[in-house]
Ligand binder design. Sequence first.
Ligand code: NDP
Length: 445
Amino acid sequence: MNVEKIMLDLEKKHPGEVEYLQAVREVLENIEDVYNDNPQFETANVVDRIVEPDRVLTFKVPWVDDDGKVNVNLAYRIQFNNALGPYKGGLRFHPSVNLSILKFLGFEQIFKNSLTTLPMGGAKGGSDFNPKGKSDAEIMRFCQSFMLELWRIIGPETDVPAGDIGVGSKEIGYLYGMYKKLAAENTGILTGKGLNWGGSLIRPEATGFGNVYFANEMLKTKNESFSGKRVGISGFGNVAWGAALKVTELGGKVVTISGPDGYVYDEKGISEDKIEYMLELRASNEDIVKPYSYEFPSAQFHEGKRPWEEKVDVALPCATQNELDKEDAEKLIENGCICVCEGANMPCTPEAVEVFIENKILFAPGKAANAGGVATSGLEMSQNSMKLQWTGEEVDEKLHWIMSSIHQSCVDHGTEEDGFVNYVRGANIAGFLKVANSMIDHGVI
Ligand code: NDP
């Protein structure tokens, strides 16, 4: 495999797809040696087959707003690779959604799902629709129109979408209702469902919990724990609140949360009652970060800034892609941060990752450290197939086991001669090997 040549070809074929090209380059650079040591991969041309999605569905979503105006949004479903099982990956509703972002997310999802040990292929989808500021009726009409098109290519044994940014339990409910009506079936299509109709306990907090379990495993390798640690978190969405809750439970102190317009620093710690308050704001579709700083006098709002300038021991970027750059990374190191564990997908730029690896701190990529979300979605699928619901303790125990097992795979494939664990390399190699070997088993299809 010649990474530069493959990248040149891909750049020609897909000009301007920056995020997708960035994600592919990272994986190829990490797996290059393993790939070249195993001639069967080249014989089956696994690399050219794995970097392109199996198929991309692009469709328009017309919907009527509360003023009677007809709106049109663009939507996609990228079915990337199903070597390990049915396509699986979230739907994102956000104005920034485009083909490049969804292809990057779908590509990452292949390896993330592989790491979970569960039988799931990789996919992603979404729309440039912005649910913020929309009424429930508008969101419902949008979701119904979206599903009118999507339902043709999904199914409980073929492709099982989930939530992501802008797609929570409300949207999943409307999508599920429409699918049920169209397909005339009540099956485990979609994960992140409501508890009353096939959802799994622990799913809402699973990505954040899993992220903290992973960080805890990393800390253990240095005989450290969360107890007494200052923790910086970005965002305050699905991933961030679960992480904040678990950090607090393990004895750490969360000192930051953030939104697109700035961050809040709270020296007293963002703990349980404050998290509850923010969840209430979230449920009412209101801004969270600024109102938090008005409600709690110990908190200061830093307009237009990112939380990484604060002194923390552990950083959990849980908001969005490329939200932590080289300068932020250098600041974290300067302030004595020992562990960065990605809760979001690709929140650290490649230059920031380089800084962490050069300084040999504990750094985990999202594809390993946020896999708890999709893993619990996989557990939701298992429960749906069996037509039963496990207890919260059972699901949490399985999630914990899966995160420890992903950590071990990263250690097995990412430990360097001097004992430093390169979790990025470890995750990419472990995720890739399983998919590549399965593709070979299935022949050229
Ligand atoms: P949410 O939409 O629930 O939360 C995102 C949070 O980040 C919101 O608080 C949002 O603020 C904030 N935010 C958005 N842009 C910025 C920015 N530029 N700077 C700071 N904060 C920002 O999404 P999720 O929590 O579900 O997802 C977050 C990340 O985790 C994404 O990368 C997603 O792909 C990834 N992920 C999510 C999983 C899940 O189970 N939900 C599973 C695995 C990965 P506001 O609401 O004000 O816009």
